[in-house]
Design a protein around this ligand. Structure first.
Ligand code: ADP
Length: 160
């Protein structure tokens, strides 16, 4: 059983993340989208809200699971008996931090590989933070996030 882990904050999930998920899901028997809950910053959405948004955006018949983890990504990867971490690369600016993380993870657990997938051109400028910012000012986010996330963001910022 080939199992991959796609870790991140997903606060919230965007069409850029979903594109990586769809493509990575074809490579593995099972792909786990693992929501990291050890962020020092307070997230915009709770981990349950983030998981729900991801699940709703996935097709019914999928080999993608959604889970949470705290602590080191490599420890989580070992716990779920996977050995591949998937990361998305948008631009050269992502490269330096991703290289550092991949190297540290390699030192910690040499048997775990990090595999990078290039962002689709249409989504290479997308990040969860830009989406939150746009939504907070009432900007149009159509086409950047799935419809369920668009609704959730509208509710969130209407109540603020
Ligand atoms: P983190 O907080 O760990 O950066 P994110 O949720 O922002 O987590 O992203 C998780 C992964 O998805 C990272 O590898 C990130 O580079 C990648 N990613 C984020 N946005 C996009 C996008 N628009 N296209 C492709 N990959 C992306």
């Amino acid at each position: 059983m080939k199992r991959g882990v796609y870790p991140g904050s997903f606060d919230p999930i965007t069409n850029g993340h979903l594109d990586i998920i769809r493509r990575a899901a074809t490579i593995f028997d099972e792909l786990i989208v693992a929501i990291s809950v050890n962020s020092a910053k307070k997230p915009c959405f709770t981990m349950e809200e983030r998981a729900e948004m991801i699940r709703q955006a996935l097709p019914a018949d999928t080999n993608v699971k959604v889970d949470f983890f705290t602590g080191l990504t490599v420890d989580y990867v070992e716990k779920v008996r996977a050995n591949v971490i998937i990361r998305g690369l948008r631009a050269i600016s992502d490269f330096e931090i991703e290289l550092q993380m991949a190297m540290v993870n390699k030192k910690l657990k040499p048997e775990v590989e990090t595999v990078f997938m290039m962002s689709k051109n249409d989504y290479s400028f997308l990040s969860s933070s830009i989406i939150r910012e746009l939504a907070s000012y009432g900007g149009c986010i159509k086409g950047f996030v799935p419809e369920n996330v668009e609704k959730k963001l509208a509710e969130k910022f209407k109540s603020k």
